[in-house]
Design a protein around this ligand. Sequence first.
Ligand SMILES: Cc1ncc(COP(=O)(O)O)c(C=O)c1O
Length: 336
Amino acid sequence: MTQRNLQGILGCIGDTPLIELDGLLRDIPARVFAKLELANPGGSIKDRTALNMLLDKIRSGELTPHRSVVIESSSGNLAIGIAQICRYFGLRFICVVDAKTTGQNIAILRAFQAEIEIIAEPDPQTGEFLPVRIRRVRELLNDHPDGYWPNQYANPLNPAAHHQTMREILTTLGGPPDYLFCATSTCGTLTGIRTYVRENDLPTQVIAVDAVGSAIFGDESRRRLIPGHGASAPPPLLVADSAHRVVHVSDLDCVVGCRRLMAREAILAGGSSGGVVSALERFRGRIPAGKTVVLIFPDRGERYLNTIYSDSWVQQNFGEVSHLWKESGIAAAGRH
Ligand SMILES: Cc1ncc(COP(=O)(O)O)c(C=O)c1O
């Protein structure tokens, strides 16, 4: 987001590469590009969201070092994005996580000197951690009169961050793509992009990629293994007509998509990027020849080495699936 004149590491947020993927799906008649949000310095698209929710408050003096406290419930990419910005500006950050948060993410947050509050027990009624985490955020806000809760689930600055994501795509391509595939959780990315498309009367078809077992588009919430995308309830940022189509992908689809991306394009991406790849594969029969497709890859793959990229984890959770590697061209690794 260079137009913000940011210094230091924060100047590396946004303006991510858009690269052409010519080896991913060999028989697709369209040109396929990937927006590498994994190239943001905190490792994900959530750097943009964190920056947009904090920067104006920091610049206006509403948030000041040694006085203000940023308080948020997040165990993943947003937490890391906020932790980086708070560290840069010397702001205190209390991050409410839960027992399911990976040790690696907690270690990253601690490295950025975030203070961690771990919720050990889920809500006894629903079995979900989220309501307990939000209750704890509210308690902390009561205890800290200078506390600020960015609240990514309801903050309009979350989707607003992604008008810039879309502007970057248009600039690099020299025009709008025909199709854009986008993973969903808070729906900040989807709503931001869809709003930009509508307001600028662009012909782009926006395809939402949600997890099987996510309740965003009305399904029943079920246990999911891959973190990042999906949600246990429709988020307040989801607007009517937010996507032209919705494609649901399973945990295994995400694994297969990630492995294919690695085998064919040498890209180490996170689970939802694999979901987007699998969604394109399923959707490709509907894409006419000569069209342009953009896939948004939200985060990088290092934080999934013990899951998606671990053969034993895959076997433990999905059984013997090596035939899938052959069927989807993963076994014959490489593009040539
Ligand atoms: C890896 C990953 N993919 C997809 C998403 C979905 O993004 P959004 O919250 O903008 O819907 C997130 C959100 O945290 C994420 O971490």
